[in-house]
Design a protein around this ligand. Structure first.
Ligand code: ADP
Length: 269
């Protein structure tokens, strides 16, 4: 495979200047930015973080799929692009995220899963976080593309609760059935191999260069090796990264979440 994602020469440079990231009105609100290629495990790790930190997951992919499912105007406009594995417009995604983080359940913080994905989204995110007094922590999940393709083509999802399974690394107890609610598992149309390859191409071209942007504009960027098969092992590394950071730079989390951060027994490993 030619495109190991840790090769530095493959990281293109984002030409636009990073925004001013000084936050005069920091409110202690935490924005965990889950960053990584399609299939790197952002969704799975985000769900662990929801349970641990008790802040909501904002998945732009889930929000867009929900529009398609409900047949809204937005859904009709984006359906073809999503099925082809292409990105939808920055304006639309920025608007959806703006509206979502202004809902009251995001008051203490939120997890951004699948956003930002382009330089324009990254600029808007930094502006938006500054305006609501939130601080970002960027978790970059690093996985080889060969592993990604194997993972994604074996991926199954519960259509009701969204739990993700994988034939090899995370099989359900009963084949083809969700452990949690007994629903028959499905395959996302955009997990077909040709679409997966298109999504990885999009990621290389538009999204991966954002690592460079985050290196310049964020003091809190963590790279986590997410090639491990066990999602719990990867989550342990994310917990370590967040705990060391939040020791230095406390945020406004619930007592139970903070307790979980300093108690080894509470960790997922
Ligand atoms: P994955 O991270 O595995 O690619 P997602 O569920 O995050 O899956 O995204 C699925 C699709 O939704 C993408 O291929 C794209 O069409 C659309 N999408 C999701 N988030 C964004 C975004 N931030 N900007 C543009 N398009 C997006």
């Amino acid at each position: 495979m030619s495109s190991g994602i840790s090769e530095p020469e493959r990281v293109a440079t984002v030409t636009s200047a990073p925004p001013d990231t000084k936050r005069s009105a920091y409110t202690g609100r935490l924005a965990v930015v889950m960053f990584g290629s399609p299939g790197s495990g952002k969704g799975t790790q985000s769900k662990f973080l929801v349970d641990w930190l008790r802040i909501p997951q904002i998945s732009t992919g889930d929000m867009l799929r929900e529009h398609i499912r409900r047949g809204t105007e937005v859904g009709k406009a984006i359906e073809a692009r999503m099925r082809a594995g292409s990105l939808v417009s920055d304006e639309l995604v920025n608007q959806l995220v703006y509206e979502r983080i202004h809902q009251s359940d995001c008051d203490r913080g939120f997890i951004l899963d699948g956003y930002p994905r382009t330089p324009a989204q990254a600029q808007e995110m930094m502006r938006l976080l500054g305006s609501v007094g939130a601080r970002e922590v960027v978790i970059h999940l690093v996985v080889d593309y060969n592993i990604i393709i194997a993972r994604m083509t074996g991926r199954r999802v519960c259509p009701v609760c969204g739990t993700l399974y994988n034939a090899i690394s995370r099989p359900p107890r009963v084949e083809g059935v969700c452990d949690l609610d007994g629903e028959v598992l499905g395959i996302r149309e955009d997990d077909r191999e040709d679409v997966v390859r298109e999504r990885l191409t999009q990621y290389e071209a538009s999204t991966r260069p954002l690592i460079e942007f985050f290196r310049k504009s964020s003091e809190r960027l963590f790279e986590v090796d997410a090639s491990q098969d066990r999602p719990e092992t990867v989550f342990g590394k994310i917990q370590d990264a967040l705990a060391s950071l939040l020791d230095r730079d406390p945020v406004q989390l619930s007592g139970s979440a903070m307790a979980g951060m300093v108690t080894d027994g509470a960790r997922a490993r």
